[in-house]
Design a protein around this ligand. Structure first.
Ligand SMILES: [Fe+2]
Ligand SMILES: [Fe+2]
Ligand SMILES: [Fe+2]
Length: 422
């Protein structure tokens, strides 16, 4: 149904990597730098274009399983304890999207040292050679001191890497890196503020004609990455997507629009990737500063999705979910007439899902109280009264759709958490 949406895969994945790196200034562009270095090494070694592209995507996404800011920052150390946990979780998340199955394997082993060849296996599983490229690229990227001139650092970085040849990295990869390292442009690209467009130009990723299944399944992976950072939000985006889609169906949206609504629901809280998980998990009231940080999230969703060509309508439906009919929402303070019906549906779906969920500081509301709160908000011209009426009229259908989706996500969440802890 969404076939005619032509979405550049590069835009989608780079948007996700941007959002992940927004959580801390030390991380800005980290995923892109790793993608770039891995790509250059693969090209240096004469890998096929397809393999090069896989490494770019794996670089963009490699620490996707590091859910908290503490874990993300830990991953900036040259060596650290238990790196396998985030690698395993990243693998489990990405393998759900079929076209990413080989990328997910590269990511699964992106912290496996070479150990003079023993690193071709991990716990009896074969380790893709791409994982070793990613491991090296990651170690190079984190060795760069962002406050200092890059060309002053080249020999220091190369000494450090070379001293680990055989132990951490295959000699063949270190040699490929050495020949790249002689050329200044390589280091200038790595540290360029423009690294996104540079990768886009040199690595030419295919524009994917997104069949509906593809975009839905990829967006669902995004939703898990957003939601699984805290057990309190673990099923939120799935619940919002299911509620919004059911509402859209009763509002006579066609099949294609309903699918677009599902994608919008999955992505609506994308900007929350920039909020430290520690804030999402905080028991008790947020400080003013934390609250304000949280309020950035819809703005960030909007600007992130805006970088993806072909996603304009989905973006409007996703990103205006904290706008209010009376103009008292945020961040654009749009009013009723300006807000498309899709956005008004999303706002109702978001509130309804949020208030029925448990939070660190309160229990989820009963169905009755939830309807009461929504009606009060509609009476105060905060949310669309017609959409609330639709919800009341079809309450059981819509609520069941929400519950089923959230139960499925809860099961997946628990499976991921137990698998990544073993
Ligand atoms: Fe990592
Ligand atoms: Fe939100
Ligand atoms: Fe939300």
């Amino acid at each position: 149904m969404l076939k005619e949406l032509k979405i550049p895969l590069f835009d989608l994945v780079s948007c996700l990597s941007n959002a992940m790196d927004m959580v801390n200034p030390l991380l800005v562009d980290h995923h892109k730098q790793v993608a770039y270095i891995a790509f250059r090494i693969a090209r240096e070694l004469g890998f096929s274009q397809e393999q090069q592209q896989e490494l770019v995507l794996a670089g963009f996404l490699h620490d996707i399983g590091a859910l908290s800011s503490a874990e993300k920052l830990q991953a900036l150390h040259f060596e650290f304890d238990n790196p396998q946990k985030h690698a395993e979780l990243g693998y489990l998340l990405l393998k759900m999207h079929k076209p990413f199955s080989s990328i997910s394997l590269i990511i699964r082993y992106h912290h496996t040292p070479w150990q003079n060849g023993k690193g071709t296996e991990y716990n009896g599983h074969p380790v893709p050679f791409g994982s070793h490229i990613l491991y090296l690229a990651d170690r190079v990227a984190i060795s760069v001191d962002r406050r200092r001139e890059i060309l002053d650092q080249v020999s220091g970085i190369m000494d450090k890497i070379t001293s680990k040849t055989g132990e951490l990295f295959p000699a063949e990869l270190v040699d490929a890196l050495k020949s790249l390292a002689d050329k200044e442009y390589f280091w200038c690209d790595v540290t360029s503020n423009n690294i996104g467009p540079i990768i886009n130009r040199v690595a030419t990723l295919p524009i994917i004609e997104q069949g509906v299944i593809d975009l839905l399944s990829l967006a669902r992976v995004f939703a898990h990455i957003i939601d699984f950072r805290s057990r309190f939000t673990a099923t939120h985006s799935s619940g919002v997507a299911a509620t919004a889609t059911a509402l859209a169906r009763f509002a006579m949206f066609n099949e294609r629009e309903c699918d677009m609504m599902t994608v919008a629901g999955y992505l609506h809280d994308l900007g929350k990737l920039a909020v430290p998980a520690e804030v999402l998990e905080k028991p008790g009231k947020l400080t003013d500063e934390e609250y304000n940080l949280m309020r950035h999230h819809t703005y960030l969703t909007y600007r992130a999705l805006q970088t993806i060509n072909g996603l304009e309508t989905i973006n409007n439906w996703a990103s205006f979910h904290h706008e209010r009919i009376n103009g008292n929402g945020y961040p654009f303070h749009q009013t009723g007439e300006e807000l498309p019906l899709g956005s008004r549906i999303m706002a109702v779906a978001d509130v309804f899902t949020a208030i029925t969920e448990d939070r660190p500081y309160r229990k989820g509301m009963s169905d009755q109280s939830a309807i009461h709160v929504l009606q009060q908000m509609a009476d105060g011209y905060a949310i669309d009264a017609n959409v609330v009426t639709l919800l009341r009229e079809h309450f059981d259908d819509i609520n069941n759709a929400r519950k089923t989706a959230q139960a499925a996500s809860k099961e997946e969440y628990e499976h991921f958490m137990s698998a990544s802890n073993t």
